[in-house]
Design a binder for this molecule. Structure first.
Ligand code: ADP
Ligand code: ADP
Ligand code: ZN
Length: 221
């Protein structure tokens, strides 16, 4: 299965792609996570990306296209992948088409998670994650079962992203509207775009995505 989850920051791409990764046995690829790993490791890409990410802008197409080109060739992508956060511009979408064509794979679907802006701000400002395993949480919408203890790994340290502050969220939404939203007609014209109501409860969103995939004949693992 080759799937793209598309949507503004806070729409639930990370949450849903992790659920789908388990269910469909394919690799979840988050370009945001990959870039944050580069920043943490202090690589040349990380050094270049950090200030751009902190400002809520998009890192260059060049870097992202190179990163994804290498990533989807790795063995864990043999059964397919879910892209979370890529493509984010039309040139990235065009480059992805070329990469997929070279590997003779076909995109199954692009699923757009639609969420109102007011809700996005609330989702992003309440977001945090486990420092040890990366499991995602929310102050209001997804708290650990035992307060202060990660459900997934038992970790007790949590982190918030520096770009999740209210001031930066505005810039990120602007980048989405100006640079990423134009991808929607690109995929719509190719008959690949499916829109799901991202404002529903998490398991309801998951069910809607699975219904789309079932309709396309994609079976769970
Ligand atoms: P994205 O990867 O698109 O930026 P996330 O998956 O990180 O979005 O979700 C943003 C925040 O909103 C997280 O804290 C997550 O727990 C929460 N969240 C995700 N989906 C829902 C939902 N359907 N309802 C309520 N909160 C959600
Ligand atoms: P969110 O989950 O809120 O949508 P991500 O974790 O996907 O955010 O991305 C965080 C930041 O990383 C973005 O604001 C941007 O600076 C950078 N980034 C991630 N993916 C891309 C991409 N495909 N193109 C350009 N920049 C990207
Ligand atoms: Zn954890």
């Amino acid at each position: 299965m080759e799937l793209i989850l598309l949507g503004p920051p806070g729409a639930g791409k990370g949450t849903q792609s992790k659920l789908l990764e388990t269910r469909y046995g394919v690799a979840q690829i988050s370009t945001g996570d990959m870039l944050r790993a580069e920043v943490k490791a202090g690589t040349p890409i990380g050094l270049e990306a950090k200030s751009i990410m902190d400002a809520g802008k998009l890192v260059s197409d060049d870097i992202l296209i190179r990163m994804i080109g290498e990533r989807i060739k790795r063995p864990d992508c043999a059964k397919g992948f879910i892209l979370d956060g890529f493509p984010r511009t039309v040139p990235q979408a065009e480059a992805l088409d070329k990469l997929l064509h070279e590997q003779a794979v076909d995109l199954d679907a692009v699923i757009e998670l639609k969420v109102d802006e007011a809700i996005l701000v609330e989702r992003i400002s309440g977001r945090y994650s486990c420092a040890k395993c990366g499991e995602g949480y929310h102050d209001k919408f997804k708290q650990p079962k035992t307060p202060g203890v990660c459900d997934a790994c038992g970790g007790t340290e949590f982190i918030r992203r520096p770009d999740d502050k209210a001031e930066t969220v505005h810039a990120r939404l602007e980048a989405y509207n100006a640079q990423t939203a134009p991808i929607l007609p690109y995929y719509r014209a190719r008959g690949r775009l499916f829109t799901v109501d991202g404002m529903a409860e998490m398991d309801e969103v998951e069910a809607q995505i699975e219904a789309v995939l079932r309709g396309l004949g994609v079976a769970a693992a």
